[in-house]
Design a binder for this molecule. Structure first.
Ligand code: ADP
Length: 229
């Protein structure tokens, strides 16, 4: 079943008098529980595409369905609710709150959700920290963790609300190669265990080989490689 369905998506940015075409009409589908890489050189439109799927921006034209909702038409407030309910995000620079422990960083999104008791939150946070191999480090702050450990915490934070989809913009860009592979394998295991769909961007051809489906972005146009390409 397709979780994301994009039809003729275009995105232009206006910079003063100049129109910058970032996406020039892209069509694609992403299935539920897929593990997908969006690959392309810097400036090819990867972040633009992830921002649209993540309901952080609107396309200039085209239709974009995520979980059967036409997200390109959502208001700002409805987009925020949609993100909170269905999406998780992982960033290249981890974006952990420095004064909070690993546990508190992962718990943070749950504090925004009404109806979770402290006990239920605790159980959920410890379960997901355990799943990413960070249970023993729960009390540590980000400056006491390695880059790979920080990204594990960030993956846990993205997953704690049980989203349908996790979007990761260059999640391995600040990691050495071995750690990058370990983080990708962790994400794949989370996909296997929880059925979460993962879409990540990278400009590293070696990392891209870990994906099951690869979308190649070149100059705002998209082509597909991999399963059922
Ligand atoms: P990537 O993530 O592959 O590096 P981006 O999606 O960031 O690519 O950028 C695609 C194109 O859109 C580039 O030409 C970039 O300069 C332009 N662009 C991205 N964001 C903006 C913005 N907010 N304002 C103007 N131009 C932008």
């Amino acid at each position: 079943m397709s979780l994301i369905h994009a039809t003729d998506i275009k995105k232009h940015y206006r910079v003063g008098e100049i129109d910058v075409p970032a996406l020039k009409g892209v069509d694609f589908e992403i299935d539920t529980s897929a593990f997908v890489a969006i690959v392309g050189p810097s400036g090819s439109g990867k972040s633009t595409l992830l921002n649209l799927i993540g309901c952080l921006d609107h396309p200039s034209s085209g239709t974009l369905l995520v979980n059967e909702v036409e997200v390109s038409k959502l208001s700002r407030a409805d987009a925020a609710d949609f993100r909170g309910e269905h999406l998780g995000f992982v960033f290249q620079d981890f974006n952990l709150v420095p004064v909070l422990t690993a546990y508190e960083n992962v718990e943070y999104p749950l504090l925004m959700v009404r109806g979770w008791s402290a006990d239920k939150r605790h159980e959920r946070v410890m379960k997901i920290l355990d799943a990413v191999g960070m249970k023993e480090q729960a009390h540590k702050r980000p400056d006491q963790l390695s880059g790979g450990q920080k990204q594990r915490v960030a993956v846990a934070r993205a997953l704690v609300g049980e989203p349908k989809l996790v979007l990761a913009d260059e999640p391995t860009a600040n990691l050495d190669h071995d750690t990058a592979y370990r983080i990708l394998n962790l994400m794949k295991k989370m996909r296997d265990d929880f059925g979460t769909t993962f879409v990540f961007s990278t400009h590293d051809p070696k990392i891209m080989s870990e994906a099951e489906v690869t979308f190649i972005l070149e100059d705002g146009k998209l082509s597909r490689q991999g399963e059922n390409a």
